[in-house]
Every structure is written in C-alpha cells, then in structure tokens.
Design a protein around this ligand. Structure first.
Ligand code: GLP
Length: 239
C-alpha cells in the first residue's frame, strides 16, 4: 500500500487526480470507475478540468459507476448515479467512449447486476478503481462479511451504512439494499485509489491499513493489492 498524506482536501483531490490522469495517459483505452459519496467531489472537479483542458484524452476510455442504492436511478437526487452525472459526466466536454451507470431503479435488479458484470467483462478489467471508504470499512457497498472474490452483486446494507445515509436522504428514503461492483472486480484493477478525508475517517483508515486482513473490514483487502494508493488529508491520518 502506498500511503499519501496530503496537506488538505484540495491537495488530496489534486494528487489523486494526477495519478488517475497519468494512468489514463498510459492506458487510453482503460476502464475507470469512480464512486459516489462526498469524498470524490474535489477529484471530480480536477478531473473535469484535466479533460476539458485537453490534458487527458478520454475519447477511447470507458467509465463505470461503483455502486447504487436499490430503488434510485440516475435522475434521482441523492443517488450515486445522479451525483456522477451532475458533477462529472455532464461537465465533460468530450464523453467517454462507453459509459455504464448502475440503475438502482431497475425493476429487475438481478438483470441490472448482470448488465454491470457484462460491461466490466467486455471493457475491463479496470484500469483504475477510485474508491471512498465507509465508516464500517465498506468499499462501494461491499459490506462486512463480503467474499473477497465477489463480482457485482446486490447486498443488504449494513446498519452503519443505513445510519450514515441519512445525510443524503434524511427521512425521505430508507433503502435496504445496494448494487455494487464486487471486491474481486475492484482487486483486479491495475491501480486502486482510495480517498479519505476528515477526522471521522481516521479510526477506520487505521484498521484498513494496519489491522488484520478480514472481510469483517472489507477495505483491509487492499493490503493484498500490489498497486493501491491511499490518499488522505491530515485529519484522516490523525491516528
Ligand atoms: C457510501 C458509498 C461509497 C462511498 C462511501 C463513503 O455509502 N456506497 O461508494 O465511497 O459510502 O461515502 P462518503 O464519501 O460520503 O464518506
């Protein structure tokens, strides 16, 4: 694991974006995946600027979203897809060659999960997987107890996830399930970039980086990856 402690959120976002851009410059046909959540917003801004200024050409590259709340689609505010669309995909002056955003509102969620896996089979493996980390150590919606070699799947959300998600939805929406890329797909990425900022992430980061590798803390699997980078601000590095 490569641990990169950054001065602040902006520095973290910029350094992570520089790595993402350099991976795409080396592999212009690559498949990349970006998460939802609050953490990647700065990286989205940096990446949009890099694409729109011509610093990186994504016309042959492919994009897949990481995860989604079951019940929400790309047009629903608070969904990961909506966040990806509004903050990234709609802002790119030139699109990716192929884009797949998970539709959590699909009636047939099994079919939706199969479509996600097919897209990754066709365009993958991932060149870069960008991730955030949940307070229980989840990556995407790979919750406690998940198989390390899982593919895209539908999962019951952990208690912690359901508590934290109130910051997105308040009392308006209370999803019980998520659709997510699996850890097996994430771990096949050439490069993994995990972002974490804020003191509230310090304890789980410490476990992820130096705790025993266990599926009870899914992010510990990154200790087994040969090319994983963890970018954090000083507050998240606190412990
Ligand atoms: C959410 C998402 C993840 C995200 C993580 C952290 O529940 N499923 O993809 O990375 O939790 O979110 P945040 O960046 O808002 O802390």
């Amino acid at each position: 694991m490569n641990i990169v402690i950054c001065d602040n959120y902006e520095d973290m976002s910029k350094k992570a974006c520089d790595l993402l851009v350099s991976c795409l410059q080396e592999n212009p046909n690559g498949l990349i995946s970006l998460p939802g959540g609050d953490t990647p917003l700065g990286l989205f801004r940096e990446f949009t600027a890099a694409v729109n200024s011509g610093n990186v050409d994504i016309s042959a590259a492919n994009y897949v979203s990481l995860d989604e709340w079951v019940g929400l689609g790309i047009d629903d505010e608070g969904s990961c897809g909506h966040f990806n669309k509004v903050n990234l995909l709609d802002k790119l002056e030139k699109p990716f060659a192929n884009t797949y955003v998970i539709n959590g509102a699909a009636e047939d969620t099994t079919n939706e999960k199969d479509k996600l896996n097919s897209f990754i089979d066709v365009h993958g493996p991932l060149c870069v997987s960008v991730l955030g980390i949940g307070l229980n150590g989840h990556l995407g919606f790979n919750e406690e107890g998940v198989c390390f070699d899982s593919e895209g799947h539908i999962t019951a959300l952990a208690e912690t996830t359901r508590r934290v998600m109130r910051k997105y939805f308040g009392d308006n929406f209370n999803p019980e399930y998520g659709i997510t890329q699996g850890l097996g797909q994430i771990m096949k990425a050439n490069t993994i970039i995990l972002l974490a900022n804020g003191a509230h992430k310090a304890e789980i980061l410490r476990k992820a980086i130096s705790g025993p590798v266990t599926n009870e803390v899914p992010a510990t699997v990154l200790q087994n990856h040969p090319n994983a980078y963890i970018f954090m601000d000083k507050a998240a590095a606190g412990e």
